[in-house]
Design a protein around this ligand. Structure first.
Ligand SMILES: Cc1cc2nc3c(=O)[nH]c(=O)nc-3n(C[C@H](O)[C@H](O)[C@H](O)COP(=O)(O)OP(=O)(O)OC[C@H]3O[C@@H](n4cnc5c(N)ncnc54)[C@H](O)[C@@H]3O)c2cc1C
Length: 439
C-alpha cells in the first residue's frame, strides 16, 4: 500500500530521518511491531527505567506512516468510553486515576516536545467545542465534562469567530501538535538512545506473539504488537476512515478576522465528528468522518482519498470561515482509526506478549499513556498505570458480515442525516435520538 501519510500536510514538510539498525536476526530483550506512537513510546518509557535494554522496532513502511504521522494533532485527555459506562466495569478510583494520568500525559508529551531540537509545535492550547445552533448548544451543556466550562456567545467570539457561533465549551486539557514532527523527534531520540529501528520491515505475528520476518523467526524475551488500525483484518476491531484537508498558510488579516490566537483545537458539535486546528504555519487543518466502512473491514487507499468527503470537509470549512472561499486548499488525505465493538481501548498482556489499541480518534495522548502501562507491565512494576481501565479490558467481537457492514454504514449515514435535520428544523434531531438508542 506504500506510505499513505505522504499526502498529509504534516508529512510533506517534515525531514524524515534515516536509521542504521544493524542485524535483525538476533536475540532481543523487547521486540516491538509497529512504529507509530504506541510502539515508539513503549520503547521510550522502557528506556527511561532500563536504559540497557536491547529493543528493536519493526515498521512495515516508515515510522509514523500509520495514523501517528497524519492525524489531527489534538493531544487531548479524551477517552472514548464515558464515565457512566466505565463505572459498570471498574472502580471510581480507577476512573479518576485514568483521567489524572491522561491529563499528566499531555504535560509529559509537552516536556518531551519542548526538550526536542525538532519543532513539534506543541502548545497547551485547550480545546473549543463550538455550537452553531441551539440543539448543538443544548448537547454541549448536557455532556459537559468536569473540567470544561461554558462560554457565552461573547466569550466564544473572543476566541473564535466561526460563523453563526452562539456559544461553546472550553476544555483546558488539550494541546495542539504537529504529529509528524512529534514522530520524527521521538524516532530520532530513540535511535540516539540505542533503539534499533527497522523500516520497510513487515512482520508476521502469531496470536501468541511469535514473530517472523521473511519467513525467519526472531527471538525476544518480550514482544509487543503496536499495529492499531493497521492490523490484519478480523472481527476484534474495525477500521473507520477519518479524512483531513488543509489550507494554504493564511494571512494575518484572516486571523485578525477569525481569531484562534491561542491555537486552540476546535470543532463544531455536530453528530458526525469534525476536528480542526490552526497550525503553527497558520493553515487550517481540519478533519472529519463520513467515509463509508468497507466490507470485511478492508483498508484501501481509495477510502483515504474519498473525493466526496474531502469536498464536504472543504464546504464545512467555508461555512465556518466564509473567507476561506478566497484561499486554496492544498492537501487532502486520510487514515484509519481502530474501533472495538464497545468503543473501548484495550491492553492485553500475558507476561511475554502484549498488544494494545482501539483508541478510536483519541490516540495521540492515549497511546503515550497506554505505552507507559505496557512498559510498566513488561518491567513488572506494580503501578497505577498497570491497572488502568483498559488493561485487560475485554470487548465482544463485531458481528459477521453483512450485519457489520449494514450497521456501521447505517450509523455513519444517520449521523450525517441528523446534522442536516438539525440545520433545517433548528430543533434537536429525531434521528440523533434514534442513533443514541440504536448504538
Ligand atoms: C486522520 C486521522 C486523524 C486523527 N486525529 C487524531 C487527533 O487529532 N487526536 C487524537 O488523539 N487521535 C487522532 N487520531 C488517532 C491517532 O492518530 C491514533 O490513535 C494513533 O496515532 C495510533 O497510534 P499507534 O502507534 O497505535 O498506531 P499507528 O500510528 O497506526 O501505527 C501502527 C503502525 O504499525 C505498522 N504495522 C502494521 N502492521 C505491521 C506489520 N505486520 N509489521 C510491521 N509494521 C506494521 C503500520 O505501518 C503503522 O505505522 C487520528 C487518526 C486519523 C487516521
Amino acid at each position: 500500500m506504500g506510505n499513505q501519510a505522504e499526502a498529509s500536510v504534516w508529512w510533506s514538510s517534515a525531514q524524515h530521518p534515516t536509521f542504521t539498525p544493524g542485524d535483525l536476526y538476533r536475540n532481543w530483550d523487547v521486540l516491538i511491531v509497529g512504529g507509530g506512537f504506541s510502539g515508539m513510546w513503549t520503547a521510550h518509557h522502557l528506556l527511561n527505567s532500563s536504559p540497557d535494554l536491547e529493543i528493536a522496532i519493526l515498521e512495515a513502511h516508515e515510522v509514523g506512516s500509520g495514523a501517528s504521522g497524519r492525524n489531527g494533532g489534538w493531544a487531548s485527555a479524551l477517552y472514548p468510553v464515558d464515565d457512566e459506562t466505565l463505572a459498570k466495569h471498574v472502580s471510581a478510583q480507577s476512573i479518576s486515576d485514568l483521567h489524572a494520568q491522561l491529563e499528566k500525559s499531555i504535560d509529559e508529551i509537552g516536556q518531551f516536545a519542548l526538550s526536542s531540537e525538532d519543532s513539534v509545535a506543541f502548545v497547551k492550547s485547550g480545546s473549543l467545542t463550538v455550537a452553531r445552533s441551539k440543539p448543538q448548544l443544548e448537547r454541549i451543556k448536557q455532556g459537559l465534562l468536569p473540567r470544561e466550562s461554558i462560554l457565552n456567545k461573547e466569550e466564544t467570539l473572543a476566541r473564535i469567530r466561526m460563523s453563526c457561533a452562539i456559544g461553546a465549551s472550553f476544555n483546558p486539557d488539550c494541546a495542539t501538535i504537529n504529529p509528524t514532527q512529534l514522530v520524527v523527534a521521538l524516532a530520532k531520540s530513540l535511535a540516539q538512545r540505542g533503539v534499533h529501528i527497522f523500516e520497510n520491515t513487515s512482520a508476521d505475528i502469531s496470536k501468541t506473539g511469535k514473530v517472523k520476518v521473511d519467513g525467519k523467526s526472531i527471538d525476544a524475551r518480550f514482544v509487543v504488537r503496536a499495529t492499531e488500525a493497521y492490523h490484519e483484518r478480523n472481527r476484534e476491531q474495525i477500521p473507520i476512515y477519518s479524512l483531513m484537508i488543509a489550507t494554504e498558510p493564511l494571512p494575518d488579516e484572516f486571523w485578525a478576522k477569525y481569531g484562534l490566537d491561542g491555537r486552540e483545537t476546535f470543532h463544531e458539535n455536530r453528530h458526525l465528528v469534525t476536528y480542526a486546528q490552526r497550525t503553527s504555519d497558520n493553515r487550517i487543518a481540519m478533519g472529519g468522518r463520513g467515509a463509508p466502512y468497507k466490507w470485511g473491514s478492508a483498508r484501501s487507499n481509495k477510502s483515504e482519498q474519498h473525493k466526496q468527503i474531502h469536498k464536504k470537509l472543504r464546504k464545512t470549512a467555508i461555512q465556518w470561515f466564509p473567507e476561506l472561499k478566497n484561499h486554496k486548499f492544498t492537501h487532502a488525505w486520510g487514515g484509519a482509526v481502530a474501533i472495538k465493538r464497545d468503543w473501548a481501548p484495550y491492553l492485553h498482556w500475558d507476561g511475554h506478549f502484549g498488544s494494545f489499541g482501539g483508541y478510536v480518534g483519541d490516540g495521540v495522548t492515549l497511546s503515550y499513556l497506554a505505552a507507559n502501562s505496557m512498559a510498566d507491565l513488561i518491567l513488572g512494576k506494580n503501578s497505577v498505570r498497570a491497572s488502568l481501565p483498559y488493561v485487560g479490558w475485554k470487548s465482544a467481537k463485531w458481528e459477521p458480515e453483512p450485519l457489520r457492514w449494514l450497521g456501521v454504514n447505517l450509523g455513519i449515514k444517520l449521523s450525517a442525516i441528523a446534522d442536516v435535520e438539525e440545520r433545517i428544523t433548528k430543533r434537536p434531531s429525531f434521528v440523533g435520538k434514534l442513533i443514541e438508542k440504536l448504538f
